[in-house]
Design a protein around this ligand. Sequence first.
Ligand SMILES: Cc1cc2nc3c(=O)[nH]c(=O)nc-3n(C[C@H](O)[C@H](O)[C@H](O)COP(=O)(O)OP(=O)(O)OC[C@H]3O[C@@H](n4cnc5c(N)ncnc54)[C@H](O)[C@@H]3O)c2cc1C
Length: 492
Amino acid sequence: MDRRKFCKTTLAASVAATFPLLTACGDKTPVATEANTSIKGISLDGFEIELERAAIKELGDALSGPVMLSGHPDYDGARTIWNGMHDKRPALIARCLSNQDVSNAVTFARERSLLTAVRGGGHSWPGKSICDGGLMIDLSQLTNVDVNAETQRAVAGGGALLGHLDYASLAQGLVTTAGVVSHTGVGGFTLGGGFGRLNRKYGLAIDNLKSAEIVTADGRVRTASADENQDLFWGIRGGGGNFGVATNFEFQLHPFERNVLSGSIIWPYEQAREVLEFYAEWSERLSDEMYVGPTMATTPDGARVMMMDVVYNGDPATGEKELAPLRAIGTPIADGVVAQDYTFLQTNNDVAFGHGVRSYAKNGMVKQWSQELVDAMIENDDPRIFIANHVAGGAVGRVGELDTAFPHRNAEIMIVVVAGWMDAAQDAGLIAACRDYYKAIEPHLGGYYGNIDFDHTAAKGNYGPAYERLSQIKGQYDPGNLFRLNSNIEPA
Ligand SMILES: Cc1cc2nc3c(=O)[nH]c(=O)nc-3n(C[C@H](O)[C@H](O)[C@H](O)COP(=O)(O)OP(=O)(O)OC[C@H]3O[C@@H](n4cnc5c(N)ncnc54)[C@H](O)[C@@H]3O)c2cc1C
């Protein structure tokens, strides 16, 4: 088999081996009957409350989308999010098709102090877009992306997926920073920061955000931009879903030659130390155009491999020269880095990271590579775990620490420790494996990405000096902490 083809196959198959697919499960809850005048709900503080059917019907009549209770034919589909570990049952799901729908749903929840989850793309690893007994505000139909080639701007709906944004923009010869699995939601991705393979050149997704429409806890629709509600605009660029429901996002786009030097280089795991030690030093000097992310995975036949995920956003010949020293390290099993359509890499992991897999992840920021970190990574490697990375630096690091609410501008890279499996009986073992590995490398990490976060609850420490301002903005726009299912900021 030629090396490029082998490399493509091995990469996809290795990731797939760590993320076997699973089909969604069935509905076992009895349907609420018409005889009941109310259904049970859960309040923001976790108490059982009664939700009158008449009020739910009124909400349903006011919305252009459906309000779904258990038993509605679309209820199970709507409550199913990406990570199969989160099998939760909201009391009701409001499928919103407009700003007004979102406003009505938010008002319904606020007036009853009803626990509220907001679902954009549904990719929350820790399952924050779903809840038991509360209201799920479902934005899954707001997927429209409008691209204006003249102004080089795109407006994406609050439930759009990264693939929608990528494809609509690329069709006009434009692009903005988007993440590495195309069925991830623009909403949660952007509000938390938004790492992608072009961020060293264009910055994080939030660095390309020009404005957003937000329904705040009082039910008002507000525009957040550099000119309007500037404090809100600052807060949503890194502060997650704390301040309201974003119904659309306007992004800066950039002219882009989509035939980019990209792909993976794969080494046998025995060479991982040599490759990682080289990378730790070499990656400090890379151009903004060059994105190289180390990954460790296990192939379907059980071989552990070290991989580098490469994209060069510029002239391929120049990229080849910059990449040459990495290619000279060790003896790769395969090298699939060639000039090819950008969408190949952007969608290459879509099936492997398919919906319904049970998955656990932890992450931490690396301010600077050290020998101790490399040692800890190599010595504690576990073939059941997938080690992924989001590379930062370049344009990401040139934005001031407090210019946006995103707290980790000085990180070089984010290490993501992931496991994926199908059988619930494996939950405890694989979660423990991720935690053990993370514990071993944690002394060399500083802070974490709130978007990929299971165990961390202390948003305060993670946001550092930005927290006080975030807390004040939270107090202004969501004093009752209606939007609490996120990396939560306490209202001042
Ligand atoms: C397979 C996979 C790949 C990933 N790859 C990347 C990557 O390459 N780069 C990266 O930076 N991150 C990545 N992530 C992490 C991702 O950014 C977060 O999981 C993000 O929260 C997903 O957004 P979502 O809209 O799909 O999530 P959801 O589950 O819908 O929501 C997650 C959180 O965001 C809030 N939220 C979502 N949409 C809105 C909205 N419109 N208004 C207000 N609040 C909203 C929700 O309330 C919730 O708190 C990945 C995650 C997965 C599972």
